[in-house]
Design a protein around this ligand. Structure first.
Ligand code: CP3
Length: 349
């Protein structure tokens, strides 16, 4: 039973730093591509057999300290009434993006069992297969990032339509964010019932906001989700990118562990969120393409910045890129495993 990831989520002392990777299941793995050649992405998410298999591929191949369920942040949108497809080139494309207040009125709150039962079943299968050997992470997109996809109709450079909606339609924005919260709270709780031991909230694109817009238009909703998770004692990770200026506000919104990307030093990030939180991160995903000695020295820099204080979870600052060499994932995972702090270098807090 390897529970160092769970301990780090609770900011308990561990004898080494736990490591897992966002997008650890994916195209950089030959074994994933072999399955992906035969099935569409949605087909894989909706088949608990395939989703469980793909979830387990990286934890079999590398000595990772947690598994993350193979699903996608966009899946709850379908049950709310926003259909989408994954295009090979353009990524996700919504068939009926939200462009007016009326569109929000007609959205439903998704039901976890009815609309997302396949994710819950995948969780049950993975949890049974893991037999307690490794912890299992569940996840959801945060309300802002999901609202962004729903309004833009897909990926976006500057979230112009989303911000316009937020400024021009405060009533509809509030209703949209509340419906997303209702959907996500029920979904996250159902994931925990189905076997997830920690949940991560992905607010991947929230870094496009100014601190004052975050405080006014986003924080209250993300806080609602974390308050509900805390009430049930569910350990949580709150992740975003380009958030150096938002970290204190993200911590205020909630999350026992806060994710930091590589544009901020780990030390600065930890100071920003305060000593009562853990920190997850924060290697640049592109470092995986550097010569292995450079990769290791960059990982060592991060580990030394964390200096062994309880609550550091090693990860990248964003997901593994699809062309990442598998050898680099192996080398980095082994390196983090073998890294030990001497008593002298462990400054604690
Ligand atoms: O981390 C994991 O291994 C678990 C699985 C996982 C996926 N998506 C599978 C996936 C997780 C945690 C996600 C989260 C997700 N999905 C986010 C937040 C994390 C982040 O990257 O910021 C976002 C923004 C999405 C939305 C999404 N899904 C996009 C924009 C795309 C297309 C771009 C791309 O990478 O191809 C996806 C597709 C997707 N979701 C893939 C995977 C493995 C690509 C799969 C493929 O084509 O085979």
């Amino acid at each position: 039973m390897n529970d160092i990831f769970l301990k780090a989520c609770r900011r308990e002392k561990t004898d080494r730093t736990p490591v897992w990777f966002m997008r650890q299941a994916g195209r950089y793995m030959k074994a994933y591509r072999a399955i992906r050649e035969r099935y569409g992405l949605m087909e894989m998410f909706k088949s608990p057999d395939l989703a469980a298999e793909v979830t387990l591929q990286p934890v079999r191949a590398f000595p990772l300290d947690a598994a993350i369920i193979f699903a996608d942040i966009l899946l709850p949108l379908e049950g709310m009434g926003i259909g989408f497809e994954f295009h090979e080139k353009h990524g996700p494309v919504m068939s009926n993006p939200l462009r007016c207040a009326g569109g929000v009125e007609s959205l439903r709150v998704a039901d976890p069992e009815e609309n997302l039962g396949f994710v819950l079943e995948s969780l049950r299968r993975v949890r049974a297969e893991l037999e307690g050997r490794l912890p299992l992470i569940g996840f959801a997109g945060a309300p802002f990032t999901l609202a962004g996809y729903a309004i833009e109709g897909g990926s976006s450079q500057n979230h112009l339509l989303t911000k316009q909606f937020m400024y021009n339609e405060p009533g509809a924005w509030n209703l949209l964010m509340e419906k997303l919260c209702d959907t996500l709270i029920a979904f996250l709780k159902a994931q925990v019932k189905a076997g997830a031991q920690v949940v991560q909230l992905f607010d991947s694109w929230v870094g496009c906001l100014s601190p004052s817009d975050y405080r006014r238009h986003v924080l209250p909703y993300s806080r609602r989700i974390f308050t509900e998770l805390d009430r049930e004692g569910i350990p949580s990770i709150h992740f975003g990118t380009a958030t150096a200026g938002l970290l204190p506000l993200m911590a205020e919104a909630g999350g026992g562990v806060i994710g930091a990307d590589w544009r901020v030093s780990l030390e600065t990030a930890w100071r920003a969120v305060g000593a009562s939180r853990g920190i997850q991160g924060n290697l640049d995903p592109v470092a995986m393409f550097a010569p292995v000695e450079i990769l290791k020295s960059k990982a060592a820099e991060i580990l030394n910045e964390a200096s062994g204080r309880p609550g550091h979870i090693f990860n990248l600052g964003h997901g593994l890129l699809p062309t990442t060499p598998e050898d680099a994932v192996k080398a980095l995972t082994d390196f983090v495993h073998e890294f030990r702090f001497t008593t002298d270098s462990c400054r604690g807090l």
